[in-house]
Design a protein around this ligand. Structure first.
Ligand SMILES: [Zn+2]
Length: 405
């Protein structure tokens, strides 16, 4: 990264990089900290307090190499200053705003772009010369819904399942595309099943990230959250009073269980439930990932589709509610499974709104940059956003306190 000689962001996998003395870490996900271990001696690591605690505890990096910086404060570091801004990704994740005498560089790490980024005092009405952008979902097919709507929809499903005996049958009869034959078979088998019993709810997460989903569900149904010891140990680093308040070490007390994403498949859910019978009689699993989103055909399901920026901003809101929740293939009335379009990365619309609300010199993509053709496709959108800013003779306006684009 061309900010100042000697500075690198999320670049640990290369070991000691010649001439680099300051290593910045945006957040505690392995594709960003990869290469860090207790043998690290190559230079100081600058990060948020949550990330710093995780790096020391989980990777056993020596504290002498960790520099934990406060949020939202401009910190002078010799020839440049840095400000850490909440990335709205996983706990502890930050954007780094680097400022030198001559330029401002914003590195997003992984983020879900929100209006709060634009209205942040260090960003509002200021030009960013170089934007290192998380381009994970930079394609029109990923105009998935707002995070809060997805959490609410899942919480509503859980609320109804736990309070209405007939709801399981109703939701399982919702047809997913191309699945009618299977659904008929399932419905036929359902009539033979016993009473469904108490529901166990499981939510797939990474080592950190996606906790908001479990918190939203637990609050809605008045339940506690169980996490296995390795996860609870990680959560002590977050110092999150809301999560701490809901957590329990007793899997029977916690009706919402946090498990690793890989564990949530229709064939593994039944086995998981067996451990907790007869306390629980039924199980529902949520697998949150942005990749689960299926766009309407009209919305650029083909790579060549190039809707106008105005269309994306004004029409692609992607509303989402409980009625959009359709159990995945293989679900039954007592073992239910949902792939849900919950993402902690920006949707395509988030990226479009963010990049037309900010004065940007140039954009450097940080994800999916492996081939010339993906880089060319991304460039098309960078140019479109630039054209939109020129058309506006500035940027889209974002109001203080605005929570949605
Ligand atoms: Zn990440």
């Amino acid at each position: 990264m061309n900010i100042e000689p000697g500075v690198a962001v999320d670049a640990f996998r290369f070991g000691a990089v010649p001439n680099i003395s300051m290593y910045f870490l945006t957040h505690f996900h392995s594709d960003h900290y990869g290469g860090l271990s207790q043998t690290w001696t190559h230079g100081k690591i600058y990060c948020s307090e949550v990330t710093g605690r995780l790096v020391m505890q989980q990777l056993r990096v020596s504290p002498e190499f960790i520099v934990m910086l406060p949020m939202n404060e401009r910190i002078e570091l010799g020839k440049f200053a840095v400000t850490l801004i909440d990335a709205n990704h996983c706990p502890g994740s930050v954007l780094f705003l680097f400022e030198t005498r001559s330029q401002r560089i914003l590195h997003t790490g992984d983020f879900r772009a929100s209006p709060a980024h634009i209205t942040h005092p260090s960003i509002r009405n200021k030009r960013v010369d170089s934007l290192y952008l998380d381009t994970t979902y930079l394609s029109p097919r990923y105009a998935f819904p707002h995070q809060a709507d997805v959490v609410d929809a899942c919480a509503e499903v859980c609320y109804k399942l736990t309070r209405d005996d007939k709801f399981a049958r109703r939701i399982i009869s919702r047809k997913s595309d191309g699945n009618q034959g299977l659904m008929k078979k399932l419905l036929a088998s359902i009539t033979k099943q016993d009473a469904i019993g108490r529901w166990l709810i499981i939510v797939g997460t990474y080592s950190i990230g996606k906790e908001r989903m479990a918190i939203g569900i637990a609050k809605k149904i008045g339940a506690k959250i169980f996490a296995p010891p390795n996860k609870r140990r990680i959560y002590t680093c977050l110092q999150d009073p809301v999560l701490d308040d809901l957590l329990t070490s007793d899997p029977l007390e916690g009706q919402v269980h946090l498990v690793s994403l890989q564990e949530i498949r229709p064939d593994t859910l039944s086995a998981y439930l067996e451990h907790f019978k007869p306390h629980y009689g039924s199980i529902v699993g949520f697998r949150p990932t942005g990749w689960a989103y299926k766009p309407p055909i009209a919305r650029g399901a083909t790579p060549k589709a190039t809707p106008s920026v105005e269309t994306i901003i004004n029409l692609w809101h992607s509303p989402f509610s409980e009625s959009d929740m359709i159990p995945s293939r293989g679900s039954t009335e007592s073992v239910m499974y949902f792939d849900i379009p919950y993402s902690e990365h920006s949707s395509f619309r988030d990226l479009t709104c963010f990049c037309t609300s900010l004065l940007i010199g140039r954009i450097i993509p940080t994800v999916n940059v492996g081939t010339q053709s993906t880089r060319d496709q991304m460039r098309v959108w960078f140019d479109k956003w630039g054209a939109e800013r020129r058309k506006l003779a500035g940027v889209r306006k974002v109001a203080d306190g605005q929570t949605r684009w």
